[in-house]
Design a protein around this ligand. Sequence first.
Ligand code: SAM
Length: 243
Amino acid sequence: MNFHVLTLFPEMIESGFHTSITGRALENGTIALDTINIRDYSTNKHMRVDDYPYGGGAGMVMQAEPVHRAYQELCEKNAGKPMRVIYLTPQGRVFTQSIAEELAKEEELVFLCGHYEGIDERALELIVTDFISIGDYVLTGGELPALVMMDAIARLVPQVLNNKESAEFDSFHDNLLEYPQYTRPEEYMGRRVPEVLLSGHHAKIEEWRRQQSLIRTRERRPDLLENNPYLTEKDKKYLKDTM
Ligand code: SAM
């Protein structure tokens, strides 16, 4: 998987992504990161990339030309390989685990990060395939949203997580939240680890975890249980009996 990021702040993306699990995956070549500084494509002698909005109003707008030129050079470098171009914007569809799963199947992903009041609409019309938001709030730039998305997508790429870090039972697997996790010691501040987890009885542990997932999802995200196609008859009975 190759991540390409068009940004005015490549150092933010580089330092965020070259850390921990994604950093390890970059080092061993499972994924690759290519940051492109949009400012390098300014044709202005002062390397400006923004200007006042037509029609007036607060703030500055990133100009179409540097963004478009940066993208065109990336296309040439990539010899016309098909690429989804994601513009991070509060006006997009809200990012979810299922979007991460869909995007993890791609080989090339381009993230376009806006700043100030955003990017001239014409550049967006020319290059963007997907408009994605990370939530209903407004940030100063698209770099943190790009990192959020890239992290969620990268950990679904085969071999990025090792066996110990498997994504299989994480929250949103089966559209449920994950069960509670415990590690040593067996007792902390008078609170014991649930006995079943110490029993070594795998079937019972699995059943307990499923039940905890169901209870936790009902308590914290009941919306996930509505029309959830992954609920078995046994799950439904358990939920009914524990109402
Ligand atoms: N004027 C824009 C609007 O009202 O839609 C907001 C611009 S915001 C201050 C600057 C940049 O931050 C955006 O171009 C976008 O790239 C990024 N951004 C801000 N909030 C975001 C969010 N919730 N999800 C994704 N990107 C976001």
